[in-house]
Design a binder for this molecule. Structure first.
Ligand SMILES: Nc1ncnc2c1ncn2[C@@H]1O[C@H](COP(=O)(O)OP(=O)(O)OP(=O)(O)O)[C@@H](O)[C@H]1O
Ligand SMILES: [Mg+2]
Length: 161
């Protein structure tokens, strides 16, 4: 992957849930290194489009390619799906951290299990991202302690890290 090369290409992408057509033919291209915001009113299909990018949802029509993997085909092998999902991260709107594990353990779980990073490397990276979002001191906190936090900012920022 080189900065500036196409990461996601979507052409006339459609997504239906039964009779409800949510994506009505969306086209665009997002390149590696590019930061893109998808904005629109609630229910217009932003999350649905993002879910299509790692095949949490299959598309109903059109063409979709992510990191050179064609997601338009109706059947995909598990190997390709794993390869795709290892490289597509997603932060959900809700508070989605394991409540019985520390913030650091939550952040290092996927890099260790999916990317086979060792504990030292995954912890180093997780701590640097926590520092980046101003939550370095929360590394050893358990997420339930955030539930008492009146502001939801830190709840949202931990998954971002
Ligand atoms: N699995 C599903 N089955 C049926 N309808 C669905 C499903 N997922 C989403 N929808 C519907 O698709 C539409 C788009 O939903 P989506 O969650 O993509 O919107 P959104 O733009 O992300 O909204 P928000 O800003 O509130 O997060 C909504 O009408 C929603 O009810
Ligand atoms: Mg949404």
């Amino acid at each position: 992957m080189n900065s500036g090369e196409p990461a996601i290409i979507f052409q006339d992408v459609k997504k239906n849930f039964g009779p409800l057509q949510v994506l009505k033919g969306m086209s665009g291209q997002i390149n590696f290194g590019e930061v893109v915001s998808i904005i629109g009113p609630s229910g217009c299909g932003k999350s649905t489009l993002l879910r299509c990018f790692n095949r949490l949802e299959g598309i109903s029509g059109g063409r979709l390619t992510v990191d050179n993997i064609d997601l338009s085909v109706s059947k995909m092998g598990m190997k390709q799906l794993r390869q795709l999902r290892a490289n597509v991260g997603m932060v959900f709107q809700q508070f989605n951290l394991f409540p019985h594990m520390t913030v650091l353990d939550n952040l290092t779980l996927a890099p260790r299990k999916v990317l086979h990073q060792d504990e030292k490397e995954s912890s180093r990276m997780a701590r640097s991202y926590l520092d980046k979002v101003g939550l370095g001191e929360k590394a050893n906190a358990i997420p339930t302690s955030f539930l008492a936090d009146k502001s939801s900012a830190s709840r949202s920022l931990v998954p971002c890290a």
